[in-house]
Structure formats: structure tokens, C-alpha cells
Write a protein of this length. Structure first.
Length: 257
């Protein structure tokens, strides 16, 4: 895929205007999910961060805006999105290295590196489980080409000892994720994301640790919106969620008790 022409792009505010990110008008457009994923990572200045499938860089740049001084690297299969991620990093004055390539065929220099955190927002739908799109970018973002287990295998290999994987995915794919983590990652925690009280979660964030030994934990769902149904204009986000989306706050991950 060739580089996007500016006429095919829109420039959108993220984190209440802290970031201005270019996205394709047609194709994969980031919403709430990448921002929540970035907010869930307990990164510190100086740590090394890798995102598998970084798209236009939304997750990494949201994390970089919250935690200055992190070393950000993204891997992106589609050249046009990789170029867009570089542009977004440059225009927002956040250092971001983007490597073009398939996550299962990483270049040698990247295979020699280890990271404190690996992030991923893989396609939500297994091969054949989602209607195809004529737009290549959207089809690649939503429909699986590389099996989910391979995303986790690659992530585990690139993690430094005691490093963390954070991945956002559909709830119905949790069994696959747990099987893929087996013998590779431990100290697994799952945070379901529910739109409202009383609604079944559709998404989750999985946190797992290289060489982790803690018992598996399934946390209570994180509720995104006030009330049990949508009753007025506006997004109705709970204050803690609004602080993440509009102010770049960290997600308050449930504490072990």
C-alpha cells in the first residue's frame, strides 16, 4: 500500500488535544480501545516499549504523551500506516521508531532486543469470523491473518525477564489467549471492559508477565459509562474513564489484595 495522500486523511484530537494524530478517513480509525490499552501500561521513564502492529501509532504516542522519556518502537505490516505513525510521532515531538515488517518475521536487529513492555491490539476477529472489507487497512486491522497465539509467542520472546505484555482483545477469545500464554507467560490478570453496569463485557485487557509466578486473577469489569443505558446526548463516560480519554491519565489497574 502506498503512502496516504493528505486528502485521504483527517487530523484528530486525542487525550483532550494533547495529541493531534493523522488517520485515514477510510480504513482503520482508532477509537477508545487503543487509548485504554496505552493507559493500562505501568511504564516508567527510560523503559523500552514495543508495540506489535502499531498502525498509525496511536497506542505508543498516547503512552509517550503520558510517560516522557520512554523508548518507543512499533512494528507495522502496512507501509502506509508505518509512514503515518512516523509522521504522527514527528509532528507531536515524540520519538518513535517504526519498523516495517511482519511480526512473525522480525528483522535481526529487533530480534536481538528485549523490552520492558510489549503491547498489542491484534485483529479482534479470527480468520473467517468477520465480513471482509474492500478497504485493505480496515480488513487487516479487523480480520486476523496471523493467529492470535503467534502474537503472544512473539511478544513473549521479545520481553525482558519480568517484563509485561498488555493486550486488548474480545472476551470470547480469552481461552485462546490463556492457552497461548501457557508455559510462556505467568502472573496473568484479566480486566474485562463493560459499557455499562449490567452489560456483559465485550472486550478485555490481558496483563501477563515474563517468568511471573502469581496466581491467575480475573478482576471485576471496568465500567465505561454512567447509568444502565444511554439517555442523553454526549458520551456519558464515568469520571475515571473521561480522565483517561481527555486528560491522558493512567488507568487505575485493580490492586492485588
Amino acid at each position: 500500500m502506498s503512502e496516504f495522500d493528505d486528502s485521504a486523511l483527517s487530523c484528530n484530537d486525542f487525550l483532550g488535544g494533547q495529541l493531534r494524530l493523522w488517520q485515514p478517513k477510510d480504513g482503520y480509525r482508532a477509537g477508545v480501545d487503543p487509548v485504554l490499552l496505552a493507559a493500562s501500561v505501568p511504564a516508567r521513564s527510560g523503559q523500552r516499549i514495543l508495540e506489535l502492529g502499531c498502525g498509525a501509532g496511536q497506542v505508543l504516542l498516547c503512552l509517550g504523551a503520558r510517560v516522557p522519556g520512554v523508548d518507543l518502537t512499533g512494528v507495522e505490516l502496512q507501509s502506509s500506516y508505518a509512514q503515518l505513525a512516523r509522521r504522527n510521532g514527528t509532528e507531536n515531538k515524540i520519538a518513535l521508531k517504526v519498523v516495517e515488517g511482519d511480526l512473525v518475521g522480525l528483522p535481526d536487529d529487533l530480534r536481538q532486543r528485549q523490552f520492558d513492555h510489549v503491547l498489542a491490539n491484534p485483529p479482534y476477529y479470527a480468520r473467517g469470523a468477520h465480513s471482509s472489507s474492500a478497504n485493505l487497512g480496515r480488513a487487516t486491522a479487523l480480520g486476523e491473518q496471523t493467529p492470535l497465539a503467534q502474537w503472544i509467542e512473539v511478544a513473549a520472546k521479545r520481553l525482558a525477564p519480568q517484563g509485561f505484555l498488555h493486550m486488548i482483545q474480545r472476551v470470547d477469545r480469552l481461552p485462546e489467549m490463556l492457552m497461548a500464554c501457557n508455559s510462556r507467560l505467568g502472573s496473568i490478570e484479566v480486566l474485562p471492559l463493560a459499557a455499562r453496569v449490567g452489560r456483559a463485557p465485550e472486550l478485555l485487557i490481558l496483563r501477563a508477565r515474563k517468568a511471573g509466578r502469581a496466581a491467575f486473577r480475573l478482576h471485576a469489569p471496568l465500567i465505561l459509562h454512567e447509568g444502565d443505558r444511554h439517555e442523553a446526548d454526549g458520551d456519558s463516560y464515568r469520571p475515571c474513564i473521561a480522565n483517561i480519554l481527555r486528560k491522558g491519565a493512567a488507568l487505575d489497574w485493580p490492586r492485588l489484595r
